[in-house]
Write a protein that binds this ligand. Structure first.
Ligand SMILES: Nc1nc2c(ncn2[C@@H]2O[C@H](COP(=O)(O)OP(=O)(O)OP(=O)(O)O)[C@@H](O)[C@H]2O)c(=O)[nH]1
Ligand SMILES: [Mg+2]
Length: 279
């Protein structure tokens, strides 16, 4: 069995309110990593993560489950946790070992009471937190409402990394504000198509990109000087600034997800970006 030194093992803990899609995301991540050749679902009671009878009966996670995958020489432990506060012990003990927490927010509900309860622990433990708005393919998805609720609850540290171009049924495209590119995900899965940002989105995307640059620069004097000098930061500098901010708990990057659909490649692709960001 391959061994990894301590620096090359990362614990990514999936947290969030009940039914936000953590178990589904874990399944999709394992599928996209090539560990599964077929994805199970919570409804079919055949996910890797929810394997206890009680989880099948209730159709929600009761225990924290650790799964793993490899990515760019790193062993990534993906820990799926329950969302119901009855199981807070499982959630809290998983968060304690996290290098990064991914806090899922249901695009139909926005931030819920349980999201805030769970968040308070992540804040208390000073864990870097990535916010992921999930279920963007759902007909009732409301990205703007979810983002507003995030801004209300988490304030300025919540900063948008991507936004959906066509949320709801048929959702397949996002604009990436770090790379300033549009990605369109094929329905059958596989790598996304890289496209230029459409003209009608350019003004919005540029304004949001500038917010991201300022946020990254704020966290480091050297980057701030570079920003004043050049009026911008390149991709590596952005990543560096955001990473410093995440560790200081002054940046919580917001990603888009659709864990259930096949082009939830969006999810694992976004997560690979996240792993690059993580300390
Ligand atoms: N449309 C849509 N449905 C989703 C998505 N992700 C999850 N779901 C559905 O939402 C329900 C809850 O998904 P789970 O993966 O069990 O959510 P969870 O966060 O693990 O839930 P708990 O374990 O109860 O906290 C299931 O019916 C999923 O099929 C998504 O991206 N889009
Ligand atoms: Mg679950």
């Amino acid at each position: 069995m391959k061994t990894y030194d301590e620096k090359h093992i990362k614990n990514v803990v999936l947290i969030g309110g009940a039914k936000s899609g953590k178990t589904t995301l874990a399944e999709t991540m394992l599928f996209e990593a090539g560990i599964l050749n077929r994805r199970g679902s919570v409804e079919d009671k055949n996910t890797v993560s929810d394997y206890h009878d009680i989880e099948h009966d209730r159709q929600n996670s009761v225990y924290a489950t650790s799964m793993h995958t490899e990515w760019r020489g790193y062993k990534i432990n993906i820990i799926d946790t329950p969302g119901l506060d009855d199981f807070m012990g499982e959630i809290v003990s998983s968060m304690k070992v996290a290098d990064t927490c991914v806090l899922l927010i249901n695009a139909q509900q926005g931030v819920e009471v349980s999201t805030e309860l769970i968040w308070n622990y992540a804040d208390q433990f000073r864990k870097p937190v990535i916010l992921a708005i999930n279920q963007l393919d759902h007909p009732k998805a409301n990205f703007e409402m979810a983002l507003d609720s995030i801004k209300k609850s988490f304030g300025a540290p919540a900063i948008l990394m991507q936004y959906p171009v066509n949320q709801g049924e048929g959702f397949d495209s996002i604009i990436d504000l770090l790379k300033m590119t549009m990605y369109k995900f094929p329905k059958e899965g596989g790598k996304p198509e890289k496209l230029p940002i459409p003209k009608e989105e350019m003004e919005n995307a540029t304004a949001l990109h500038n917010e991201l640059v300022e946020k990254a620069a704020e966290n480091d004097e050297e980057l701030m000087e570079l920003y004043f000098e050049k009026g911008s930061l390149d991709e590596d500098e952005l990543r560096k600034g955001l990473k410093i901010g995440m560790v200081k708990h002054e940046v919580f990057p917001v990603f888009c997800l659709s864990a259930k659909t096949i082009w939830a490649v969006a999810g694992s692709w976004a997560l690979s970006t996240m792993w690059l960001l993580q300390p």
